[in-house]
Write a protein that binds this ligand. Structure first.
Ligand code: RIB
Ligand code: CA
Length: 346
């Protein structure tokens, strides 16, 4: 099988560890394998923004669409933030489509205390120049999957309302999906409720639809994403790239750091969402295990909990891959390299 070349966005193959910064970008570099078609569903959100950059900047990912959902902020704000990120990163060939503006059941819960009033506070963004597709996110998911020449991977890093709605509306598409990688849940305590992580808490019904869909799922919960810390050394490495995009990333991560210090007493913020992308790029970056998992839908104090049996004492059948460990340095090598590529191409 001859190597496939990818002309778009000047992608180069990685020889191994991160290439020397700012090397000349070969626009027709051969890739060792065909890039994986991916739809990224997100609620930007500072860490969602990093996930967009990793998905768009890494040569092994073929980002076919960015779909937005209400979560960290309202749908209008998360959609505008996706436009902002794509504008500053020069991502102008990936459709952005807005989806559901509320969870399947109950009222929308947002996280302005974490991400700010805009949902992407920190940098002073100009007017976005990247447009929003006029189709609904679920229709874009369906069309991308229908026209793909290979099974598509959906990455969900916000509440799973769009993904669940898509799976219910187009059940025949399930056989055309490679898998669904999710940032969501926790094998331990939550971050928004004592036993519930934000994405699953906002829409537990949607998370349950996805878990029971029959499509293979991997759940990168807080137990692994809290290892993805943006340390001072990471911020220095990003700043050292010296591009306008890198400077914006430093501003985003600095805002995120200040929030996590104030709200959670953490020195360095966990950059949750790109973990789900990194696992697709290099599976050894995230250690996983196949475990039994349930979504709590009715608990008076535990609704939205992801109940993961890590001891095997329930006798439940394992039904999900669960992210457990992260290779921190390799994770940041991938993300910094993607920021470098996009910044250099801009
Ligand atoms: O709990 C963290 C998750 O909730 C992340 O995806 C963050 O962006 C928010 O959506
Ligand atoms: Ca998110």
């Amino acid at each position: 099988m001859p190597p496939v070349t990818v002309a778009a966005r000047a992608r180069v193959s990685l020889p191994g560890p991160r290439v020397a910064a700012r090397t000349a970008v070969d626009r027709e570099a051969p890739l060792s394998h065909t890039p994986r078609p991916v739809i990224l569903d997100c609620d930007p959100g500072h860490d969602d923004a990093m996930a967009i950059l990793l998905a768009a900047g890494n040569p092994t990912i073929d980002l076919r669409a960015i779909t937005t959902v209400a979560g960290n902020q309202t749908l209008a704000k998360t959609t505008r933030n996706a436009q902002r990120v794509c504008t500053v990163a020069g991502i102008d060939d990936v459709p952005i489509a807005a989806g559901c503006d509320r969870p399947l059941r109950g009222a929308l819960l947002t996280a302005g205390d974490v991400h700010g009033e805009s949902g992407l506070d920190g940098p002073a963004f100009g007017e976005p120049t990247v447009a929003v597709d006029d189709r609904h996110a679920v229709e874009v998911m369906h069309e991308v999957v229908q026209h793909a020449d290979r099974p598509v991977t959906i990455v969900g890093v916000g509440p799973l309302t769009n993904v669940a709605t898509y799976l219910d509306r187009y059940p025949a598409d399930r056989g055309r999906l490679e898998r669904i990688e999710i940032m969501g849940g926790s094998t331990g305590r939550g971050n928004t409720a004592p036993y519930a992580e934000f994405n699953v808490l906002v829409d537990p019904e949607a998370a349950d639809v996805v878990l029971r869909s029959g499509v293979p799922t991997t759940w990168h919960g807080l137990q692994v994403t809290h290892q993805a810390t943006a340390t001072a050394d990471v911020l220095r490495r990003i700043e050292g790239l010296g591009t306008p995009l890198a400077a914006i990333c430093v501003e985003l991560l600095t805002f995120f750091r200040d929030t996590y210090r104030a709200l959670f007493g953490l020195d360095d913020p966990p950059v949750h969402d790109p973990v789900a992308i990194a696992h697709l790029i290099d599976p050894v970056v995230v250690g996983t295990a196949r475990l039994p998992m349930r979504i709590e839908l009715v608990g008076e104090h535990t609704r939205g909990a992801t109940v993961v049996d890590t001891s095997g004492r329930t006798g439940w059948e394992p039904n999900a891959e669960v992210g457990l460990t992260l290779a921190h340095d390799r994770f940041w090598d991938l993300l910094i390299d993607a920021i470098d590529r996009l910044g250099a191409a801009g």
